[in-house]
Design a protein around this ligand. Structure first.
Ligand SMILES: [Zn+2]
Ligand SMILES: [Zn+2]
Length: 344
């Protein structure tokens, strides 16, 4: 789905016209023959309808289409009362449709206090656009509002010291953030917390408690798969509130990689790689994650084959179940073969 071509006004109260909360007596006096019934609807009623539409929107196009219906809808759809209610799907812009208009729409939603937009734009800015400080601030806003995926995203940042150096790794803060996200029902955070307790990473080692959390996470993942099958949908155990941001990042890096030849030919690169050489930065090997290193050798490698890189142990465990279990042995054998001097 393409990004919405939004023409909404900024979510700033100063720029909005005074909303009408009661019918204009002159219009009522005209009766049915003088004024369109829609024009006689109070603005607060129209706002309530638009807010309900935004809360149930299945994609960014739903709200954009409503805003394009008429001038009044366009103006009222830009009110914070509407933008703050937009659903996670309503702000889930696709990477292929990324534009200044889509960026502006997300900024307005975030400014209106929409936690989904704060999280989504925070991830896009931090990982894709290279705006680490702005991205972190947005993720922190979403996390402060109780957004579980944002709490987990900040945990991954703390575990890896993303956006900084090795010295910026803070496992204890990562564990604390994971615990809050897991408490809110975030399954990857629950899995990460289980690994941390099992290994004593960022927390006092408690193997039994770690195993218990890992079993609990596996049960939750299985329940999600079975539930999706019953509904006839896709079976994605790792589906959560952050799936849309991951999908954006996966698509973004695929597009950047496809555009690389053009950039090399002198058109420049807009990937926001920042200070590091983009060629050296690796993507998380979990195909549905989309995170990319913010410095060289930031992500942990698979200790067996050394050819897979992961932003977190949750991603490593999910990728092991999805794909790497069947690839790791072959990759390790190929590495040993090369190390034995068979390459030419
Ligand atoms: Zn990952
Ligand atoms: Zn491996």
């Amino acid at each position: 789905m393409a990004a919405p071509k939004m023409t909404l006004r900024p979510a700033s109260g100063k720029r909005h016209a005074q909303i009408r909360t009661s019918p204009d007596p002159r219009e009522v006096a005209l009766g049915h023959g003088g004024v369109d019934a829609f024009d006689r609807l109070r603005d607060d009623l129209v706002l309530a309808v638009l807010a309900g539409l935004a809360a149930r929107a299945g994609g960014p196009a739903d709200l954009a289409t409503a805003a394009l219906t008429c001038r009044r809808f366009r103006e009222l759809a830009a009110y914070p009362a509407v933008l703050s209610r937009a659903s996670a799907a309503a702000v889930a812009v696709r990477a292929g449709g990324w534009s200044e208009a889509a960026h502006r729409f997300l900024r307005w939603c975030a400014a209106a206090g929409n936690l989904h937009a704060c999280y989504f734009l925070g991830m896009v800015r931090f990982y894709c656009l290279g705006s680490r400080a702005a991205g972190s601030a947005l993720l922190a806003r979403a996390a402060a509002g109780g957004h579980a995926a944002a709490l987990y995203a900040l945990a991954v940042v703390r575990f890896n010291g993303s956006g900084g150096g090795k010295a910026d790794k803070d496992p204890r803060a990562g564990v604390a953030l994971c615990a809050r996200a897991a408490w809110l029902g975030h399954v990857p955070a629950l899995r990460e917390l289980g690994h941390c307790l099992q290994d004593g990473y960022g927390a006092r080692r408690d193997a039994a408690a770690g195993r218990h959390l890992l079993l609990h996470a596996a049960a939750r993942e299985l329940a999600a798969v079975l539930s999706a099958r019953r509904r006839g949908g896709h079976c994605r155990a790792e589906d959560d509130d952050g799936a849309a941001a991951s999908r954006f990042m996966v698509e973004w890096w695929a597009l950047m990689s496809a555009e690389k030849p053009a950039a090399a030919a002198g058109e420049g690169c807009s990937c926001g790689a920042g200070e590091e050489d983009a060629e050296e930065l690796r993507l998380c090997s979990h195909a549905r994650c989309g995170r990319r290193e913010t410095r060289r050798h930031e992500f942990r490698r698979c200790s067996v084959c050394g050819s897979a890189n992961y932003c977190s142990r949750a991603c490593q465990a999910l990728d092991w179940k999805r794909a790497h279990r069947g690839q790791c042995g072959a990759a390790a054998a190929a590495a040993r073969w090369l190390a034995a001097g068979n390459a030419y």
